[in-house]
Write a protein that binds this ligand. Structure first.
Ligand SMILES: [Ca+2]
Length: 484
């Protein structure tokens, strides 16, 4: 492991390079008008579960059109789970720096994204943007200090915890549907309600004021539920769960179409950057489906693994960017982008300041997005937690499980994007170099907030006996039954 001082020198050089890159991009950004930003996030959508990635049965005409008239971000990385990706998106910083690297905040969880982190909406608001968050939050719900209106959003409509029923808007039987800090009861399918709200906000917005609209759909996360009209539309899909999953994506795609239509009608379209990406890969492991058990029907092919996994299928997700006249139609961006990059990229586009918070892991990647040029990013941290880590530098990727029995796998993603051939035994030098880098980063790791709370909660749960029944009195003759 390099000396800590040497690491800090390297870090300084990296920061300098980042600042220079940022300055160049800032100049480019100053030539552009400050855009409205519509930031759409889907939940657990598979890599191939979109028309423009060649899905044989999922139809997404509105997303396909945005991709065809904008840029496909083909190496866009997030983290493998909901809470960490949303935290990384909001902070521009890797999650191991503030304790959200392990699992998600469960429905019973009382912790949240630490309030000393400066969030993207705060930076955009300081730059003069109106800000609204619709849909899923999932970075803290047990205390109002974690809620969207307390973290930089002018408006919030949607839900706060982990996973809701699409029709009742309940999580584990408890209502979780809110408007601006107040609980509300509404009829309707959540995907449609979120589209309604997004269109309403856009149509009522003064185009002269820049808008940041964060639209986080719960689709197509479990539970698998869709309105009948969409199930009928997907009737050609034989597997009933896959059919419902496809219907959920179709419903979301329709709402994205309505958002674009509202932008067109309000005269905002030409000055609007639309971003779309999933928060993690599609579900392939039913053990991490959430509150409601779900069959894995998502398709991440040709990527390995899925949600919760350190393989590419967990973190390399479907993504696009669209801004008429600013992003060339049909652009394919192959440069590395991580969701932490959105903070500095968007704040710079907005003419905001990056120096109001803690040191960012994100880099300004606008030059890669709008011109399909090279990305300044050469390294991707998939995750670093006490029991496992994965990191990519250039084309080399390490998947390192440190809990016993430990293992280290090495892949060359240029030659082997599906991670079929472990080269660790053949390239011990690459393994050692990547392990060294993980150790450097892990020196700054904050313990996961999930662990002590999960331990505490599980110790307080009642015992799990096979059946519940009234104990017999000690003098009950039946107690003596030899067959009992
Ligand atoms: Ca998710």
């Amino acid at each position: 492991m390099p000396h800590r001082g040497a690491y800090r020198s390297l870090l300084g050089l990296a920061c300098l390079a980042g600042c220079l890159s940022s300055a160049t991009s800032s100049t480019a950004a100053q030539d552009a008008p400050r855009p409205h930003i519509i930031h759409i996030v889907s939940d657990d959508q598979g890599w191939r579960d979109v028309g423009f990635h060649g899905s044989p049965d999922i139809r997404t005409p509105h997303l396909d059109k945005l991709a065809a008239t904008g840029a496909r971000l083909e190496r866009f990385y997030v983290t493998p789970l909901c809470t960490p990706t949303r935290a990384a998106l909001l902070t521009g910083r890797y999650t191991f720096r503030y304790g959200l690297q392990s699992f998600v905040i469960p429905a019973s969880g009382t912790y949240g994204l630490p309030t000393d982190e400066r969030l993207l909406p705060q930076a955009l608001k300081d730059a003069g943007y109106d800000t609204a968050a619709l849909g899923k939050w999932h970075v803290g719900h047990a205390d109002r200090k974690f809620w969207p209106l307390q973290r930089g959003f002018d408006h919030h409509y949607g839900y706060l915890a982990s996973e809701i029923d699409y029709f009742t808007h309940e999580v584990v039987g408890v209502p979780d549907w809110w408007r601006d800090n107040e609980p509300i009861r509404e009829e309707g399918y959540s995907t449609t309600l979120l589209g309604d709200e997004a269109a309403r906000i856009i149509r009522g917005h003064d185009p002269a004021r820049p808008l940041y609209l964060y639209l986080a759909f719960n689709a197509p996360h479990s539970p698998y539920q869709a309105p009948r009209e969409y199930l009928v539309r997907c009737a050609d899909i034989a597997d009933p769960t896959r059919r419902t999953y496809a219907a959920m994506i179709a419903a979301m795609d329709d709402q994205i179409g309505r958002v674009v239509e509202a932008l067109d009608q309000s005269g905002m379209r030409e000055r609007t950057l639309i971003l779309f990406h999933s928060d993690n890969g599609g579900l392939r492991n039913p053990k991490i489906a959430g509150q409601v058990p779900a069959e894995p029907v998502a398709d991440n092919s040709p990527l390995r693994g899925g949600k919760g996994s350190l393989y590419e299928g967990g973190s390399r997700v479907v993504a696009l960017a669209n801004w008429p006249g600013r992003i060339g139609a049909g652009t394919t961006v192959d440069g590395l982008i991580h969701v932490v990059d959105l903070y500095p990229t968007l704040v710079t586009l907005a003419g905001g300041r990056l120096d109001g918070g803690k040191p960012l892991d994100g880099m300004d990647v606008w030059g890669a997005i709008n011109r399909g040029g090279p990305s300044p990013r050469t390294e991707v941290v998939y995750n670093i937690e006490p029991s496992a880590a994965a990191i990519r530098r250039g084309d080399w990727k390490l998947v390192w499980r440190v809990s016993l029995p430990s293992s280290a796998e090495l892949y060359n993603l240029a030659d082997d994007p599906s991670e079929t051939t472990d080269l660790a035994a053949k390239r011990p030098d690459e393994v050692a170099a990547l392990q060294g880098r993980v150790r450097e980063l892990a020196a700054d790791m904050v313990p996961p907030l999930f662990m002590p709370e999960a331990m505490n909660a599980s110790l307080k749960l009642p015992p799990a006996f096979p059946t519940a029944r009234e104990p017999r009195r000690a003098d009950d003759p039946a107690k003596l039954s030899p067959t009992d």
